[in-house]
Design a protein around this ligand. Structure first.
Ligand SMILES: Cc1ncc(C[n+]2csc(CCOP(=O)(O)OP(=O)(O)O)c2C)c(N)n1
Ligand SMILES: CC(=O)[C@@H](O)[C@H](O)COP(=O)(O)O
Ligand SMILES: [Mg+2]
Length: 638
């Protein structure tokens, strides 16, 4: 049994105003206490550990120097904001992080006035900060806007779109580039190499010298009209060429764990900067917790863990995860077909493509946090006869929708889209739920859209996607482990647009798309027990739909219920559209479409989320009973 850490200084700090009463010399001690508090909290809840540990000093320094919440502080992604939450009135709830009814694991406007902008997807902070800086300008208000963005997040195009605009607008925006030389995995790409050169090519600046020079330059010469001589001198002092070319005053690198470096720089920028400033801060992911320092990638996101040893709680799985089944099937297929290539946008481990990279390093590409580029890059490969698997989480694929439409679908290019984290993901909450992929893909002409009902089906779909060359094809599967079915040694090639009947009945038809099939089968048991003969079918395809199957279910049952872990507009809507256009709704068929509810559902365990959504066994049974005008039998559908 561990006890919460002793935190005498932190106990005096409820809000940043309390922190500002402390002396500078107290801040290292406060940092130690915040770190201990955070480690203790995350050891109990699980969550994002390494990123937050790396910004403890930076977070304290920002709150100490700036007048938050009037000055706006935006964290990119928001997974590093736990120290910020501890210091901004949420310490009393920090051990509810990512739990049902608890604090979000990210920044959220609804949660605190200290979170002026919500996040969880990366690389939005500079754009949002620019909007706020321009709003302040229009309001003739001199509040400052600070965007903290990681080196990984700096690989996304959106960050550069924002820098480009900010430089041109000469906006009063402070960007802090938190460079820990890590994304979730080691960072990739030329920009990452450039930052590493900047960070390693110069020693940290002595703050006295730096402070004087900075004041001189910022105070007098911050307009665009800086003379060449000053430019030259500034380059000597700060040396950040690329950002300076984009119109930013570039400071750094500075040591992001040293208050002696952070405080004078931030104060100087606060008091003197008039245009856009970029401060390059070097930190260490996992700082101050030896297990996390030793393996930053493994401690990016953690389960509950033992604080003393760092050992994470592992529940022995009953079945392999969908991600691992996908990865193994892809590696198996890739060994037989050298046209198969894999693409991940900074999620090699999360998507399982690290397995492909191990087996075939030259055929697997981590493009960084760059989903839009990932998709069009895949389109280019497909145009040249390759078989690209662009493996993305459902939620991150959203960012690349125009690329999917314009670069892939309209050209009919055979890009394969394995869509991981489809459906509720649990602790990451609404920003990460895989809700919309079926709706936004099945609406595109020529797309083949599949969902795996279990891990064996997933293997079939990997093989089917390899074999299908006529256009784009996707297959979705959820976070977590499979249902434990027997798996074939190799997947089969499925007939495109054909579903399957899993259980035959006569009165109620449950037509499932994806992994809700298991709950449909359990619901069918309850319905049979209540005297309702039930058919259960696995649609496999939302596009093209299996028209024969749907006609048969509609004609030979009193009731047809579609079930999917996705938003309205997806599979059920496709079925409804078909039934109505064929006149199959005209003869009294009772039809219901079970989808995720039209709300942003807060984090909870995925099972609880499915239950709230009415997508579990009990929800399916009660939908049938309600449609038949019967009450739910007590004890049924437990
Ligand atoms: C658009 C998008 N793609 C992928 C992710 C998944 N993701 C979350 S944090 C992260 C790494 C971010 O690295 P960095 O910005 O350097 O922050 P660090 O964790 O190193 O502090 C990734 C890839 C995301 N949140 N958003
Ligand atoms: C912050 C972020 O976007 C990722 O770290 C995400 O939380 C990972 O989710 P998984 O745990 O499902 O890979
Ligand atoms: Mg990083």
């Amino acid at each position: 049994m561990t006890h919460p850490p002793k935190t005498p200084l932190l106990d005096q700090v409820i809000y940043p105003a309390d922190l500002r009463k402390l002396e500078d010399r107290d801040l290292p001690q406060l940092a130690r206490e915040v770190r201990d508090e955070m480690i203790d909290a995350v050891s109990r809840t699980g969550g994002h550990l390494g990123a937050g540990l790396g910004v403890v000093e930076l977070t304290i320094a920002i709150h100490s120097v700036f007048d938050t919440p009037d000055d706006r502080l935006i964290f990119d992604v928001g997974h590093q904001c736990y120290p910020h939450k501890i210091l901004t009135g949420r310490r009393d709830r920090i051990r509810t992080l990512r739990q049902e009814n608890g604090l979000s694991g990210f920044t959220r406007r609804a949660e605190s006035e200290y979170d002026p902008f919500g996040a969880a997807h990366s690389s939005t902070s500079i754009s949002a900060g620019l909007g706020m800086a321009i709003a302040a300008d229009l309001d003739k208000n001199d509040r400052r806007v600070i965007a903290v963005i990681g080196d990984g997040a700096m690989s996304a195009g959106m960050a550069y779109e924002a820098l480009n605009n900010a430089g041109a607008l000469d906006a009063r925006l402070i960007v802090i580039l938190n460079d820990n030389d890590m994304s979730i995995a080691p960072p990739t790409g030329a920009m990452s190499a450039y930052l590493a050169r900047l960070a390693s090519g110069r020693t940290y600046m002595g703050f006295r010298d730096f402070g004087k020079k900075l004041t001189a330059y910022l105070g007098k010469n911050i307009d665009r009209a800086i003379t060449r001589a000053v430019e030259h001198a500034r380059g000597y002092v700060t040396g950040g060429t690329m950002f300076e070319e984009m119109g930013f005053y570039h400071i750094g690198p500075i040591d992001g764990h040293s208050f002696d470096h952070l405080l004078p720089v931030l104060r100087n920028v606060r008091d003197n900067a008039r245009g856009p400033v970029l401060i390059h801060v070097v930190t260490q992911k996992g700082k101050g917790y030896p297990p996390a320092e030793a393996a930053a990638d493994k401690y990016h996101g953690v389960n509950k863990f033992d604080v003393i040893t760092g050992a994470q709680a592992r529940v022995k799985p009953n079945a392999p995860s969908y991600t691992s089944v996908f990865a193994e099937a892809l590696v198996q297929e890739a060994a037989l077909d050298d046209k198969i290539v894999g693409i991940t946008a900074a999620m090699p481990n999360g998507t399982g493509l690290d397995k492909l990279a191990e087996a075939f390093p030259s055929r697997c590409f981590d493009v960084g946090i760059a989903e839009q580029h990932a998709v069009t890059f895949a389109a280019g490969l497909a145009a040249e006869g390759y078989k690209p698997f662009a493996a993305l989480y459902s939620t991150f694929l959203q960012r690349a929708y125009d690329q999917v439409v314009h670069d892939v679908a309209i050209q009919g290019l055979p890009v394969r889209f394995p869509i991981d984290r489809a459906g509720f993901v649990g602790a990451d909450g609404p920003t990460h739920a895989g809700s919309f992929d079926t709706a936004f893909l099945a609406t595109l002409p020529g797309f083949v859209v599949m969902a795996a009902a279990d891990e064996a089906e997933l293997k079939h779909m990997v093989r089917t996607a390899v074999a299908y060359d006529a256009g784009p094809i996707s297959f979705r599967y959820p976070r977590g482990e499979g249902v434990g079915v027997d798996m074939p040694a190799r997947g089969e090639i499925l007939q495109i647009g054909k579903g399957r009947i899993v259980k035959e009945g006569t009165k109620v038809a449950l037509l499932s798309f994806g992994t809700r099939l298991a709950d449909c089968l359990l619901a069918a048991e309850d319905l049979e027990a209540a005297g309702l003969s039930t058919t259960v079918a696995d649609a496999r395809f939302a596009k093209p739909l299996d028209h024969d199957l749907i006609r048969q279910l509609a004609r030979h049952h009193e009731m047809l219920i579609t079930v999917e872990e996705g938003s309205v507009g997806g599979f059920g809507s496709q079925v409804m559209q078909y039934l109505s256009s064929e006149g199959l709704l005209d003869n009294g068929l009772k039809i219901r479409s079970l989808v995720m509810p039209d709300i942003w559902m807060e984090q909870a365990k995925p099972e609880a989320m499915n239950a709230h959504a009415g997508l579990d066994r009990a929800g399916i049974v009660s939908t049938v009973f309600r449609a038949l005008g019967r009450g739910v039998a007590v004890g049924v559908a437990g």
